[in-house]
Design a protein around this ligand. Structure first.
Ligand SMILES: *Cc1c(COP(=O)(O)O)cnc(C)c1O
Length: 239
């Protein structure tokens, strides 16, 4: 094995142990939580190694970086998630590789995603990104819709051709009342998920938790954790 392969294998094993321990502590089955590895700022070669090591779900947050990376790794059996702020003019490119969009946060994006999904004959799983730091405008600093905007967006998504309403996603806020309180933030997301499922029972995906707080997310009930630096290493710059 190359050094990098060994490093990634070791990191993956450590993350796997953390997820398993968090599941055990929460009385959950390991199979209830899916690991999505966020590969932003890391090269396509790393993605290929991850595929060889058994990773099947990967995520990126910028189309500019993700599109060529996905194109260079088509040999690996990967499902690509898009987790970043998404402009409608990037939708066509993003749906060229991603089958899951975790960052849907406005009606215009639903319209654009639906049109492109229909045009290309695919079904795209969409999660609503919830901003727990939303201001009066109802938007979060890093994208996302405020909790009060979720039901309307959920109905739009559920009715949109070519799209499947998968559930909810959040990033623990750096500002506002939930700053530094991951447990409370993820608990709030779970409450919103419970409310969502009352109207849309199949929308049971809950994407929460990153390298620093995956334990809190699993404890709260997350079905998907998005882990970057704990697998690939600390990023040289904010990505
Ligand atoms: C970068 C990123 C992650 C992963 O963050 P780490 O702290 O590196 O694990 C998760 N979710 C989103 C939306 C991201 O942009």
């Amino acid at each position: 094995m190359t050094d990098r392969r060994e490093e990634l294998a070791r990191n993956l094993a450590r993350v796997e142990e953390r997820i398993t321990a968090a599941c055990t502590a929460a009385g959950r089955e390991r199979a209830e939580v899916t690991l999505v590895v966020v590969t932003k700022t890391y090269p396509a070669d790393d993605v290929l190694i991850l595929g060889e090591l058994g990773v099947r779900q990967v995520a990126e947050n910028r189309d500019q970086e993700a599109a060529p990376k996905a194109a260079a790794t088509t040999a690996a059996p990967l499902t690509w998630h898009f987790v970043g702020q998404l402009q409608t003019n990037k939708v066509r490119s993003v749906l060229g590789y991603a089958s899951v969009v975790q960052s849907v946060d406005r009606g215009r994006l639903v319209t654009a995603l639906s049109r492109e999904a229909v045009r290309t004959g695919q079904e795209v799983t969409c999660l609503i990104q919830v901003a727990l730091d939303a201001d009066e405008s109802g938007r979060g600093a890093r994208g996302g819709v405020g909790p009060q905007g979720v039901p309307e967006l959920a109905d739009l998504l559920a009715d949109a051709e070519g799209l499947r309403l998968g559930g909810l996603m959040t990033v623990a806020p750096l500002t506002g009342p939930y700053a530094g309180r991951q447990r409370e933030a993820f608990g709030r997301l779970m409450d919103l998920s419970t409310a969502l499922r009352a109207d849309h029972p199949a929308a049971n995906m809950v994407s929460a938790g990153m390298s620093g707080d995956l334990e809190e997310a699993v404890a709260a009930g997350a079905t998907h954790v998005r882990v970057g630096s704990a697998v690939l290493g600390v990023r040289p710059r904010l990505g």
